[in-house]
Design a protein around this ligand. Structure first.
Ligand SMILES: [Zn+2]
Length: 207
């Protein structure tokens, strides 16, 4: 328009309020959209391939995320993996990987879960101090104190080497949830998960 010597000024005008130019632009936009939809006219080709991939990802993830938030059940997993796009670190060691997935799903072969499903006669851990829950296995069972000390030492090293202040709260969430504590850098969280995988393997508890 500048080339034709016309000045351009951008102004807000109310939509659908009988403003002549705006009504015309609106009906032209609708007509174009209808023609593209009916295959009578080609749409704009300004969307790059990477832009199209990003857009399709966005369109796919949104309803998936909504479904994840609204579906019933999976409370334990939803807490650990609130976003459907969260990347879960897995190992080449399939056995440990399967056990980690079971811990994320809250459906393991530990005594508490087995008892609930009718596979064992008692939910109590072999150590006799409590039910063998995920929390007991990861945080408290005295049978795995040695392995746990090693795990906690790695976590403390990561915490202090990152100059993080405040109390370090070792919880089921921190151990299992990817990126659970936002203060911990992603690469350090991966190291934490690798230390957890070592812990699981070293306990030699198959679940
Ligand atoms: Zn125990």
């Amino acid at each position: 328009m500048y080339e034709y010597g016309l000045g351009v000024k951008i102004l807000w005008v109310p939509g659908h309020a009988g403003v002549e130019g705006n009504e015309k632009a609106d009906s032209l936009a609708k007509l174009k959209a209808k023609n593209v939809y009916d295959d009578q006219q080609l749409g704009e080709h300004k969307l790059s391939l990477s832009g199209a991939i990003q857009l399709s990802k966005k369109l796919a993830v949104k309803p998936w995320q909504r479904y994840w938030e609204r579906c019933e059940g999976a409370v334990h997993t939803k807490q650990l993996l609130p976003y459907v796009t969260t990347k879960v670190l897995l190992l080449a060691d399939r056995k440990t990987g399967v056990m980690y997935c079971r811990l994320l799903l809250g459906d393991t072969m530990l005594n508490e879960d087995c008892f609930r499903c009718g596979f064992t006669t008692s939910p109590i851990c072999e150590c006799g101090s409590d039910r063998e829950s995920i929390e007991h296995f990861l945080l408290f069972c005295p049978k795995y104190s040695e392995q746990r000390n090693k795990l906690y030492n790695t976590i403390s090293d990561l915490w202090f080497s990152s100059y993080l202040s405040g109390a370090l709260d070792v919880s089921v969430g921190l151990l299992l949830g990817p990126g659970w504590d936002h203060r911990i850098a992603r690469k350090d969280d991966e190291k934490l998960k690798l230390a957890l995988f070592d812990f699981i393997a070293n306990t030699r508890r198959n679940f």
